[in-house]
Design a protein around this ligand. Structure first.
Ligand code: SAM
Length: 261
């Protein structure tokens, strides 16, 4: 306990009790849930989650934190620690191995890789019931942003096409040791049911969204000129003179459906 936090692992340990309680209450784990925590650190969330669920799987990259965490969890419940980079953990295989249909994923994420972790979870969304993450507030704002907003972008479109995005509350820097430079926020993500998912090729969709927002000040016909021509944009019922930030996530799905190759 009270290890020296490592900057390289994005370690900011949550110590303020009321925020810990709010997160655990937002998750409300039950005995039948299979909860997976990303980055347990010193166990601020791990121990109360374990107490509520009885068992928990935690994925931690920093070897130094593991012995102490194991010792402190021993009297609380059944803690299974996977010592790995979370990006290498196949959540779908993990659910199958444990004989459950879907996992509940939670974590106060290391901010230096929060977007890759989000996309990794979205890739395994079918094996996930819900996610509760602490992230930089600015990232949560981008995830939940609506078309026309300054912060609406690639992350907003891709996440909203995969999940219901529910920002929950803000957490100030002083709640962590050491305090991060920015405000944080907790968000709930609920993967959409298979029938609500976009019926477009995911790679094509990603290519179009990426190209459109790479030049967000340009018209779509300009930004997408290497990906699709204006007649295809019109065929998708989208104005080629519009800008990326004015299109809804479903507009992007229609673009991906008419784009060739
Ligand atoms: N959950 C703890 C808390 O709330 O106090 C710690 C949160 S701290 C922001 C992020 C945690 O993620 C650290 O324990 C860090 O070692 C771990 N971590 C960093 N990179 C990781 C990775 N690639 N895979 C798994 N865990 C990682």
């Amino acid at each position: 306990m009270n290890a020296r936090p490592k900057k390289s692992f994005g370690q900011h340990f949550l110590h303020e009790k009321r925020y810990i309680e709010r997160i655990v209450s937002a998750i409300s784990p039950r005995a039948e849930d299979f909860v997976v925590e990303i980055g347990p650190g010193e166990g601020a969330l791990t121990l109360p989650l374990l107490a509520a669920a009885g068992k928990l799987t935690a994925i931690e990259l920093d070897t130094d934190l593991i012995p102490d965490l194991k010792a402190r969890a021993a009297s609380v419940g059944e803690l299974n620690i996977i010592h790995s980079d979370v990006l290498k953990v196949d959540f779908t295989a993990l659910a199958h191995r444990r004989g459950v249909e879907r996992l509940r994923v939670a974590g106060n994420l290391p901010y230096y890789i929060s977007s890759p972790i989000l996309f990794h979870c979205v890739e395994h969304a079918r094996a996930i019931q819900d996610m509760h993450f602490m992230l930089q507030k600015e990232v949560v704002d981008r995830m939940a942003a609506e078309p026309g907003s300054k912060v609406y972008g690639r992350l907003s479109v891709m996440l909203q096409l995969a999940c219901r995005v529910e920002p929950l509350f803000t957490v100030p820097p002083g709640a962590f040791r050491p305090p991060p430079k920015v405000d944080s926020a907790v968000v709930r993500l609920v993967p959409l049911a298979p029938e609500q998912l976009p019926d477009a090729d995911p790679e094509r969709l990603y290519t179009i969204v990426k190209a459109a927002f790479a030049q967000r000040r340009k018209t779509l016909s300009n930004a997408l000129k290497h990906v699709m021509d204006s007649s295809a944009i019109i065929a998708a019922d989208v104005d080629p003179k519009a800008r990326a930030e004015t299109l809804s996530p479903l507009d992007y799905v229609r673009l991906a459906k008419v784009a060739i190759g």
